[in-house]
Design a protein around this ligand. Structure first.
Ligand code: SF4
Length: 701
C-alpha cells in the first residue's frame, strides 16, 4: 500500500519539511512540504536525494559483541555491567557518552538524564560541540541564556544581510534560496559576505570582504567603535536594556583603524563601505556560522557581532538581529535538553546550585553532576590517557570528524570498552566497537528536532525497522534499567519522553525566565502526535506565540539586561616557515558530514566526486602542481593527499579542503587528521579553520 508521511530532513540545521512517499514497490520518493514554514516546499540537492539513501546496504541488523552476533539482552547486559563496573571502581567521571546532533530530542533527553542525574557525571558531549558551541557561549554571555533572538523571516525582511563565516549557498541552501528570492524581489536589499574565500555565496554579495582568517573580532570591534563615534547607536536601548557598554567601548577604542586594516588585510575603502552600510541601515541581520564558531576566538567573535546589534538596538524586531545558523538538524534540540557537557536540561545552568537542585528533584535522581564534564576534544584526550574506561558513541563518526583524527582513532582503539550505536556497520568509528548496537535511521525513527530558528518539527517513521534495530532512547533506557534505575527510565514511547521534557521545562517556574521555563509545556500528547512545526516558547495557556526576543530587553541575566562583552583581537596568523599555508576546512553542497549516507547517492557524488584542495594559481605554480594533480597537505598532526583545484576564488597562501571524505572513499583523504586539536578557551569548540600547514606536490614513495 502506498503511504505519504510528513517528516523533516535529517541533514542541516535549516530543518526543512519533507513529504516522504513510499510506493507499492517500496521505493521512497520525497518532495518539499509546502506547508512547512522553514522551506515552504523547497529542498536542496541533499534533501531531494533522500530517497536514494534509505537502502539497507551496509546496515547493522543485529547487536554485535566483539564482531559476533548477539541478542539484545546479552549486549545490553554487557554494556550496563561494564559501565557500572567502571563507575564502581573509578568513579562516575571514568565513563563518557559522545552523542550527536543527529539524535532526536527524545534520545538526547534520555542520554543526558542517565549521565547527569543517575551516573552522576557531566561527561556527555556531542558533535554539536564542533558546530555551534561558540554561539551557545556567546549567547549566554550576552543574553544570560542560549536564546536565538530571530527567525528566518528576518533574513527576508532585512535591508542588509551580513553573512560572516557562512557559505550559505552550500551549507544552508534553502535559507540561501529564500535570501536570493528576497533580494531579487527587492533590488534595494544589500548583502555583504565576509569570508577569506570567494565562495558561491559571495556571488550574491554587493560587498565581499575577504578578511584574513580569524580577523572577525578586529572587524566587528572596529565597526562597533565606528557606530559609537559616528553617533549611529541607540542610546535609549543601551541605557535601558544593557550593561558593560563603557568597558566594551574602551576595549574597541584601543585598536586603531590602521591596526584593523593590518589585521583584516582589507583595503580602507572596503572597510569604510562596510561601516557605511551597517550604520546607515536600520534593518540589519548578521548571520554567522562555522567560520565564526570553529575558531580559537569563536566566542569573542560571536560577542563582537552581538555588541554591534545591542549598540544599535537592532535585535528582536522584524528584519533585525544577530543570527547563529546551526549546522546540524538537531543541534538546537540537544541544547534544549542539556546535551552539552556544560549544560542542564531546559536551558538550566549546571553551575547553578538552584538549577541542579530543581532538575535533581524533578527526576527524583540519586545524584546530579556538580560540575561541567569533558568537552569533545578533552573527552578524547581523557580516553587517550586512560581516564575514560567506558565510552558510548551514538550516531557520529569522530574518527573522521574530530581534529587530530588519527590520535582520536588511536584513543578509541586503546579504550578498554567502547559501545557504538549507529545504523551502519563499517564506519571508521564503528569498526572499533566492542559492542555495536543497531539504531534506527531516518524514516524509521520517531521524535522531534529543532532547527536554527527554534522551530520544532517531527521526524516520523514511514519504514519498518530493519532486523533488530531499535531507537537510541530505548537502548539508553534499557541500559539504565539494568544499571538499577528502573523507575526513572520506564519510557514506553518517544511521546512519553517528550511529555517529561515539556514538564521539566515548566517545573517550578521561578517567574524570571518565562520564555525558557515552560517553553514546551503547551505541547500536550495530542499536539505532539499531530505536531505542526512551531517555534518555542510555547508555554501552556499562552495564546500568541512569541517568535522574536529582546526588542524590549527582557534578557535572562538576573537584572534582565544584556551584557556588552569587552573583546580584543588576537593575532591570527599561525603560519611559519615550516608551515606557511593556512588551511580552512568546510562543507560542499552535495555531501553531509562523513558521507555515510549522502555517499550512497551517485547523483550527489556527480557534483564533486573527489576530495580537493582549492589553491590560488600562484601558489599552485610555486609548489609545482597542476589542476587535478595530487597535493600533499601536512601539519605536525598528520597528512592528507587530495587533488588540486586551482582557482582565483582562493586567496594566496590559503587552502580550502572539504571535511567529508575519509580513507574509505579515497586513500589519505581524512583532512581532520591534519587539523590541530586547538579549541576556543570558553566554548571548547575546535578551531577547524586557520590551521598552519605545508603543501607540496605529492610524490608516490
Ligand atoms: Fe535538508 Fe538542509 Fe537541504 Fe533543507 S537545506 S533540504 S534541511 S539539507
Amino acid at each position: 500500500m502506498e503511504k505519504e508521511v510528513k517528516t523533516t530532513c535529517p541533514y542541516c540545521g535549516v530543518g526543512c519539511g519533507v513529504i516522504a512517499k513510499v510506493a507499492k514497490d517500496g521505493k521512497v520518493s520525497v518532495k518539499g512540504d509546502p506547508d512547512h514554514p522553514s522551506n515552504f516546499g523547497r529542498l536542496c540537492s541533499k534533501g531531494s536525494a533522500l530517497g536514494e539513501t534509505v537502502d539497507l546496504d551496509g546496515r547493522i541488523f543485529h547487536p554485535e559483541i566483539s564482531g559476533e552476533r548477539a541478542e539484545w539482552g546479552q549486549a545490553l547486559d554487557l554494556v550496563a555491567q561494564r559501565f557500572s563496573d567502571a563507575v564502581a571502581e573509578h568513579g562516575p567521571d571514568s565513563v563518557a557518552f559522545y552523542v550527536s546532533g543527529q539524535l532526536l530530542t527524545e534520545d538526547y533527553y534520555v542520554a543526558n538524564k542517565l549521565m547527569k542525574g543517575f551516573i552522576g557525571s557531566a561527561n556527555i558531549d556531542t558533535n554539536s560541540r564542533l558546530c555551534m558551541s561558540s554561539s551557545v557561549a556567546g549567547h549566554r554571555r550576552a543574553f544570560g541564556s542560549d536564546t536565538v533572538p530571530g527567525t528566518y523571516e528576518d533574513i527576508e525582511l532585512a535591508d542588509l544581510v551580513i553573512l560572516t563565516g557562512s557559505n550559505l549557498a552550500w551549507c544552508h541552501p534553502v535559507i540561501y534560496q529564500r535570501l536570493a528570492a528576497a533580494k531579487a524581489a527587492r533590488p534595494g536589499m544589500k548583502v555583504i559576505v565576509i569570508d577569506p574565500r570567494r565562495t558561491m555565496t559571495a556571488d550574491i554579495a554587493d560587498l565581499h570582504l575577504a578578511i584574513r582568517p580569524d580577523s572577525d573580532v578586529a572587524l566587528f570591534i572596529s565597526l562597533f567603535e565606528h557606530l559609537i563615534t559616528s553617533n549611529a547607536i541607540d542610546r535609549n536601548y543601551i541605557a535601558e536594556h544593557t550593561n558593560g557598554f563603557d568597558e566594551a567601548f574602551a576595549a574597541a577604542s584601543g585598536v586603531s583603524f590602521n591596526e584593523v586594516l593590518e589585521l583584516t588585510g582589507l583595503p580602507a575603502m572596503q572597510l569604510r563601505e562596510f561601516y557605511r552600510l551597517f550604520a546607515g541601515t536600520e534593518k540589519v541581520v548578521t548571520c554567522y556560522s562555522q567560520g565564526v564558531n570553529q575558531s580559537s576566538s569563536g566566542t569573542d567573535k560571536v560577542n563582537a557581532i552581538i555588541n554591534c546589534h545591542l549598540a544599535t538596538g537592532r535585535i528582536g524586531r522584524p528584519g533585525m538581529g544577530p543570527f547563529s545558523l546551526t549546522g546540524q538538524p538537531n543541534a538546537m534540540g540537544g541544547r534544549e535538553v542539556g546535551g552539552l557537557a556544560n549544560m542542564l536540561a531546559a536551558h538550566m545552568a549546571i553551575e547553578s546550585a538552584a538549577d541542579r537542585d530543581r532538575v535533581q528533584r524533578f527526576w527524583s535522581a540519586p545524584t546530579i553532576a556538580e560540575k561541567p564534564g569533558l568537552k569533545a576534544v578533552d573527552m578524547f584526550k581523557a580516553v587517550a590517557d586512560g581516564r575514560i574506561k567506558a565510552l558510548w558513541i551514538m550516531a557520529t563518526n569522530p574518527v573522521v570528524s574530530l581534529p587530530d583524527a588519527g590520535a582520536v582513532e588511536a584513543a578509541i582503539k586503546a579504550c578498554p570498552f567502547v559501545v557504538v550505536s549507529d545504523i551502519l556497520k563499517d564506519t571508521d568509528t564503528a569498526r572499533h566497537a566492542d559492542v555495536l548496537l543497531p539504531s534506527l535511521g531516518w524514516g524509521e525513527k520517531n521524535g522531534t528536532v529543532t532547527n536554527s530558528e527554534r522551530r520544532i518539527s517531527r521526524q516520523r517513521s514511514f519504514l519498518d525497522a530493519p532486523g533488530d534495530a531499535r531507537a537510541d532512547w530505548w537502548q539508553l533506557a534499557e541500559v539504565a534499567r539494568r544499571m538499577g534505575f528502573s523507575d526513572a527510565f520506564d519510557f514506553g514511547s518517544n511521546a512519553e519522553i517528550f511529555d517529561e521534557h515539556a514538564a521539566l521545562s515548566a517545573f517550578e517556574n521561578n517567574g524570571n525566565r518565562d520564555f525558557d521555563i515552560g517553553a514546551y509545556a503547551g505541547i500536550d500528547r495530542q499536539s505532539y502526535e499531530e505536531l505542526s512545526p512551531f517555534q518555542w516558547p510555547q508555554p501552556a495557556g499562552r495564546e500568541a506565540p512569541v517568535t522574536r526576543f529582546f526588542a524590549k530587553g527582557g534578557f535572562y541575566h538576573a537584572d534582565t539586561k544584556a551584557r556588552f562583552v569587552a573583546v580584543k583581537p588576537v593575532a591570527s596568523d599561525r603560519t611559519n616557515t615550516d608551515y606557511p599555508f593556512t588551511l580552512n576546512t568546510g562543507r560542499i553542497r552535495d555531501q553531509w558530514h562523513t558521507m555515510t549516507r549522502t555517499g550512497k547517492s551517485a547523483r550527489l557524488s556527480s557534483h564533486i566526486a573527489e576530495p580537493f584542495a582549492e589553491l590560488h594559481p600562484r601558489d599552485a605554480i610555486e609548489i609545482g602542481v597542476g589542476n587535478a594533480g595530487l597535493v600533499e597537505i601536512e601539519s605536525p598532526h598528520g597528512k592528507a593527499v587530495v587533488r588540486a583545484l586551482i582557482t582565483q576564488r582562493q586567496t594566496r597562501r590559503s587552502i580550502f579542503v572539504p571535511m567529508h571524505w575519509n580513507d574509505q572513499f579515497a586513500a589519505m583523504a581524512r583532512i581532520d587528521a591534519v587539523v590541530a586539536p586547538l579549541t576556543d578557551a570558553i566554548s571548547g569548540q575546535p578551531a577547524s579553520k586557520n590551521v598552519a600547514v605545508t603543501a607540496r606536490r605529492f610524490k608516490a614513495a
